[in-house]
Design a protein. Sequence first.
Lengths: 486, 435
Amino acid sequence: MAVMAGFSGTRGHWLRSGATVLAALALGACTANSDKPSSASSGSSRKAGPGLNKGYSHDPFPSTYRAYPGVPTLVRGVTIFDGEGGRIDGGDAVFADGKVVAIGQGLTAPAGATVIDGAGKWLTPGVIDVHSHLGDYPSPSVPALSDGNEATAPVTANVWAEHSVWPQDAGFSRALVNGGVTTLQILPGSANLFGGRSVTLKNVYARTAQGMKFPGAPYGLKMACGENPKRVYGGRNREPSTRMGNIAVDRQTWAKAAEYKRKWDKYEKDGGEPPARDIAMDTLRGVLAGEILVHNHCYRADEMANVLDMAKEFGYKVTAFHHAVEAYKIADLLKANGTCAAVWADWWGFKMESYDAVSENLPLLHNAGACAMIHSDDENGIQRLNQEVAKALAAGRRVGINVSDEVAWTWLAIGPARALGIADRTGSLKPGKMADVVLWNGNPFSVYTRPEKVWVDGALMYDMDDPKSRPVADFELGQPGEGDVK
Amino acid sequence: MKRTLLLAAAAATLATAAANAQSVAITNAKLVIGDGSAPIEGGTVVVRDGRVVAAGRGVAVPAGVQTVDAQGKWVSPGIFAGFTRLGIVEVDGVEQTDDSGASSTPFHASIDVAPAVNPRTTAIAVNRAAGVTRALVAPDSRNSIFAGQGAIIDLGSDMAAVTRPRAFQFLEYGEAGARAAGGSRPAAFAMLRDAIFQVRDYARNPASYADRGKEALLTRADVQALVPVIEGQVPLLVHVERGSDILAILDLKRELPALKLVLVGATEGWTVAQQIAAAKVPVIASALDDLPSSFEKLAATQSNMGRMQAAGVSVSIGMINDNEARQARLETQYAGNLVALTKVPGATGLSWNDAFAAITGRPAEALGLGAELGTLRPGRRGDVVIWSGDPLELDTAVLAVYVDGVAQPLTNHQTKLRDRYLQPQEGAKPKAYQY
């Protein structure tokens, strides 16, 4: 394959380069090529490729989500946490046509607007959970519906969580009405080193998973270090059975992915015989190109450090470590690498690698200037992420880390939105963003507070005062408790 | 500044705590008794020789008893965790440290967790620091509906953790019981009826039992352990979730009227709350279960406890199948959430007073230990917590903990890790030298 030769000399270079720079260079080259038909050039018989990223569809299961209609709304005299660290006491918020129009004070209601008195209440952007298994480990928890771990090989980058998401999971409704969750990332489980692709959903019921997909959200790749992969595969007497085995299989896989990317980039630019498709490698190529974000389940500080070096070796970025129970031990390292930690407030001790948990993980990370956020990984915890932040916030204040309430709300809003690559569309109450909004019946960091109204894209999807606004999954119809307050 | 003063007082108590220093008076408290009554402003609680002698307003402090001024802060009985596996598991994923259940043993009902309780389990110190002072500790069932005999423990820092060994027998029914019995609910009931028959037979003539040999499905030890259960001297805790399963278990009272039943879990309890109330059977419930996470929990709602209480059932909070070896400290948060429901139209929550009783006095009562534990009424063990604010609120800190009147240390593995890594960078020496 002569077409490969021209790239071999630069391979080492571009593996270490920033993926976006590479993509831009490659795209430029490609555009230049297609501007000049090959027949016109000096004797080259090489055909032009389809163009970078055009060799195959990168979106074969496109979102069919459509926002439901809303009415222009003014919430008046409410305490606002804007999700980016801002606070307005006695504030007003206007949203219309699915978007935030303005927040401030003394705003006037648009024509025909619903006006809500927010006195004594709080208004925030919707809660975003960066780590959920709703739909792929749904209720009821029976083997027939257990679709979160393709635990048949340590590398299953070929699977996509959205193909396991059962949109009739009652958990989505609980997350909405009790948790104020408007966006969530569904990840494959952590049995495998490369677990597969995640999918980001709007928390609005639909008949299909595509109908819930957050339009235009980038994909994520779930990776895992530590005990789970080595236990699952070591238990079958196969690689990996140790932490060094984990990293060895990871690196071999990334080396293969780099090769795959090189072949496809070259084909898409220069044409010729298309390389064989490998669905797993498509995903890893997407990571190396900066198109797919890495969400890495990892508990221990030393293992996170290993992963960060591995990412440098192969030229990709770890967007966030998830669980990251020991992240506080390397907060400085995480900050230096621009890698976030998505953590619990106080889960601990269920396995060896969760032994060194502290309740101050989140504030310690924040205090060190690292990117930090809350996550649930749990169908119950997702209903109380505001409370989880409240506990972590209080633990931090007790050791002198004085984070304000409004800044702490970033751990539930713009933080996870950034980690999901959707911060330009949601995650705060900035004008023009999706009107994903929660009105709380008190301070959302109090245990006594619950969501009163939840809007998604400006549509009122839950209203505490309207029993018919409690979503009921197909599974719950005709069952005891259908439509009950939950 | 106030807090510093108070902490200093607590520390002083700790520093002077001799082996028998089990007396303390806490004054100027927003005092919670734990029996469902309202907090008392300006209250005093006096603990003498490990037991509460008086609690309320206008209580005099006897001479010679050390006094701690709570400066108006909340003071309450310590949390009584309704259902846990505290002290018998260090790390769930490390099987050598998990004494909750045994798969390859011929013994079931006779299993007794008490000797396995290790007061130095990390979870004991962590939960003590969160205000948990007593816990119900249950064995886990394997290959039998009978899990064995549970204990009541304290979370004090001394080595005498077991307050009451063999305080109850724990039985799994429903899906877990069916699985343990071989695959069905009828098989679980057959196992139960066979046990009842053998226990009665044994009670009539203990000598006859030796002849049964391997024909017997129960060992002699198991049968002996069940005698006081059938006779009503030891409570029988039954894990059951589905409405129809609850009724099946309540029916046992018809043939065994002496039985002291306590339901654990009872997610669908609200659907048969009248029957539970009529049977006068207390419930140690999972407070916030609201998902149809199994076919025996289809009617799950957070209003379960509120609705049962409204029907007259005595309800407490437990942690079954919910990080029960480590996270009893979440019970205050759970109780707060039940109070939050009182502001949700259509929901039934608990009043603050009842919610707090559900994690203190009521679980002690459910076990028949209300005269000994759970509240600050005179005669009860001196388990007292001083809080920085409302004990159910998320930002409230525990300032001092007393178990049997003895001030307790609040440091643990987690607080020491936190202190070591307040700054993540190494200093002049490695972190290993910083402690």
